[in-house]
Design a protein around this ligand. Sequence first.
Ligand code: AOF
Ligand code: ZN
Length: 345
Amino acid sequence: MQRCIQLATAGAGYVAPNPMVGAVLVHENRIIGEGYHQAYGGPHAEVHCLNSVSEADRHLISQSVMYVSLEPCAHFGKTPPCADLIIEKKVPQVVIGCRDPFKQVDGKGVEKLQTAGVQVTIGVLQQECRSLNKRFITFHKHHRPYIILKWAQTANGKMAGDPGGERLLISNEFTNRLVHKWRSEEAAILVGTNTALFDDPALTNRLWNGPGPVRLVVDMNLRLPSSLQLFNKKVRTIVFNSLKHEEQENLLYYQVTHDVNPVHQILNALYQLKIQSVLVEGGAQLLQSFIDEGLWDEMRVITNNEQVVGHGLPAPRMLTGQLQQQETLFSDTLHYFVNPQTLVH
Ligand code: AOF
Ligand code: ZN
């Protein structure tokens, strides 16, 4: 199963919104086939795994065990059901990492296999297999994207974005680059009105190899000027607002009703838009709204240990989750928290 997970991760960046999946076929302690889901819309892990078996070993398939990190699918999507293929190839035993929460599968893959007489074991390295697809699983289980709250603060707990004050530069060049890596890993990045206005961030991934996220901004009364970098149309931007619903080139005005706390509406919209993960980058007020609702999965806080000049706004309190990891990158300390209430791993 560990090998399945290792194989699966080779699909990172190519398979979303599908999950990363790996499969291994074992005959008497020898691996005779391996495969992983390589590209969105392409064959699933099980297909590649069975196809990889050499001519000489093909007769052993019906005496082998298939290990797969996610429950084999039971539906016709872009590809036919893997459960059918396993049955057709007469694989007698399947060991599964975790169940697939996708509505059209969700237990039906296991059921199909068992009905056909295949011996099924489920839940091997379950936590690791879930964690591998935490975005996909959260999206299908909770009908919302996986939420990562991120901010940088000074040693005395202040964030940038004070409309009256000067721009605070908090993170160092190493943590800046790390933030771009984080951007490359998520489907979308969200900021509030004040952050868009006072920081004028581009919200693109420039410092890391890989894709950039869709940019999301909350602008209820459409008061943001079109001169902001967010509106440069180089990357798709979605503006949550209460005034209009309109699609333009690389720009979507998504209408939601006016509310003191827009978090629920935004998350519903992201579910409709099939966005599986979101990095919330500020400001303090928007981050706090997510914290108040308990709607977050991870918190990543960058604290500058040096004295930073400037006023800034009070940062949210980070000690609302479980500290998972802490590391120091030169002048900055990174704290990673998880929300024990929501986390799939
Ligand atoms: C598997 N093995 O390797 C993957 C699975 O549109 P399709 O046909 O690609 O189906 C996508 C769904 O199939 C996806 O939402 C998830 O439930 C499952 N992914 N299943 O048996 C795989 N990638
Ligand atoms: Zn499949």
